[in-house]
Ligand binder design. Structure first.
Ligand SMILES: [Ca+2]
Ligand SMILES: [Ca+2]
Ligand SMILES: [Ca+2]
Length: 397
């Protein structure tokens, strides 16, 4: 008992620095289709990721999917081609819970595409239009922007129950619908009669301006409760601030990782209110009023958790309801997509699986008084941590 108390005191003294090293996320790399560049843009809770990557010798990215495995969760999944010529712009933008994919395809004629990993085609009601589909909700409702030979500029749309519905702007010509919740909230940006595009919410398909700081702005995503996120700048086009709009439309500016930088944007929000985005060139998570640099809470494939390593996480583009994060960063200075899987605390060896080796690893840490065994994060290692660990281990978190 005396030994245990001694351990507890030592661990308490060490814990402030040691606990910071506990990885909260495990990184999965998204390899390109043989080229040098990839990015993950959206994913669902079944581990299907959509994004873009290059093929050998091609300059433009093509739409690409990756399916994360369950047997070896941290192994880089195989990239799978969706659509795109590689000679002009194409993007795989959104995926819903049923595996429906949307995006923009140059191969289909600058068209909004819809489909699955088994094949995609032009969004049926948009066959005569140019378009880009940005997001699809779990009901199959699609949002994005469209144009055509006889239409000036790019305009926001929603495709609901198979019908293409143009969404009005706030008086100007152009706009884009970027986010749709499963409850039908739609957000994006649109031009007023005069001036730069502003953050916009469509209520019953009619545009309502979301408050900003006076300049350019846009909303990227909205959760099922109607809470939206995006960015706004003061008069002019920069610097950007990442912001949240409450369901009633109240503006809240999020904290910044590097306030001297110009680029701070919030790209997605889930039902729990977790927000992801970019702040000063670094991928962030915002929760409970606090901003976290995801670079500091991630275990990278080379085993490091922070400090000098090959990876930098630049943009967190989406977060699932289950808390999985997808985005892009750089590895050895090439653009590379990533998924961050929340680490279960029962996964003591942080390999993405909860099994018997975690039990041995935890008991080892617990008897040795290593800070990782402080499961309840109270700064000391005691029997409560053993019970807390066993609970999570049996529940597989
Ligand atoms: Ca999401
Ligand atoms: Ca494990
Ligand atoms: Ca403890």
């Amino acid at each position: 008992m005396r030994t245990l108390v001694c351990h507890a005191i030592t661990v308490a003294a060490l814990s402030a620095s040691a606990l910071a090293d506990l990885p909260r996320y495990l990184l999965v790399e998204l390899p390109p289709l043989g080229g040098t560049s990839s990015a993950g843009l959206d994913m669902n809770d079944s581990g299907l990721v959509i994004g873009i990557s290059t093929r050998p010798g091609e300059f433009y990215e093509v739409a690409t999917t990756w399916q994360l495995g369950s047997a070896a969760p941290l192994a880089a999944p195989q990239p799978r081609f969706v659509t795109g010529s590689g000679f002009s712009a194409t993007s795989g933008n959104g995926v819903n819970a049923h595996g429906q994919l949307v995006g923009l395809s140059d191969e289909l004629g600058i068209a909004a595409f819809l489909g699955t990993v088994n094949g995609v085609g032009v969004v049926p009601s948009m066959a005569t239009l140019w378009g880009e589909a940005v997001r699809i909700n779990d009901l199959g409702t699609v949002v994005g922007q469209f144009s055509g030979p006889l239409i000036s500029g790019w305009r926001p749309f929603v495709v609901r129950n198979g019908s293409h519905i143009p969404l009005p702007t706030l008086g100007g010509l152009q706009g884009i619908a970027r986010g749709i919740s499963n409850t039908g909230h739609i957000v994006g940006e649109s031009e007023p009669a005069i001036g730069l595009p502003v953050p916009t919410r469509w209520v019953n398909d009619q545009p309502v301006e979301l408050p900003g700081l006076g300049g350019w702005g846009g909303a990227y995503a909205v959760n099922d409760s109607g809470v939206a996120v995006g960015f706004t700048s003061p008069v002019g086009s920069s610097p950007y601030s990442a912001v949240l709009w409450s369901a009633s439309g109240q503006l809240m500016v999020l904290p910044k990782l590097d306030p001297t930088h110009w680029d701070h944007r919030a790209f997605d929000i889930n039902a729990a209110g977790q927000i992801v985005g970019v702040s000063g060139g670094r991928a962030f998570l915002h929760e409970n009023g606090r901003i976290i640099d995801l670079n500091t809470v991630t275990k990278f494939p080379d085993g490091t958790t922070a400090g000098p390593h090959r990876w930098i996480l630049h943009n967190a583009f989406a977060i699932t309801e289950g808390g999985k994060i997808v985005g892009d960063g750089s590895v050895d200075q090439q653009r590379r997509g990533f998924v961050l899987l929340p680490r279960c605390t029962a996964d003591a060896d942080a390999n993405g699986l909860v099994d018997v080796s975690d039990l041995f690893r935890f008991l080892n840490d617990w008897f040795a008084g290593i800070a990782d065994a402080d499961i309840d994060l109270d700064g000391s290692i005691a029997s409560a941590d053993l019970f807390a660990f066993l609970n999570r281990w049996f529940a597989r978190c």
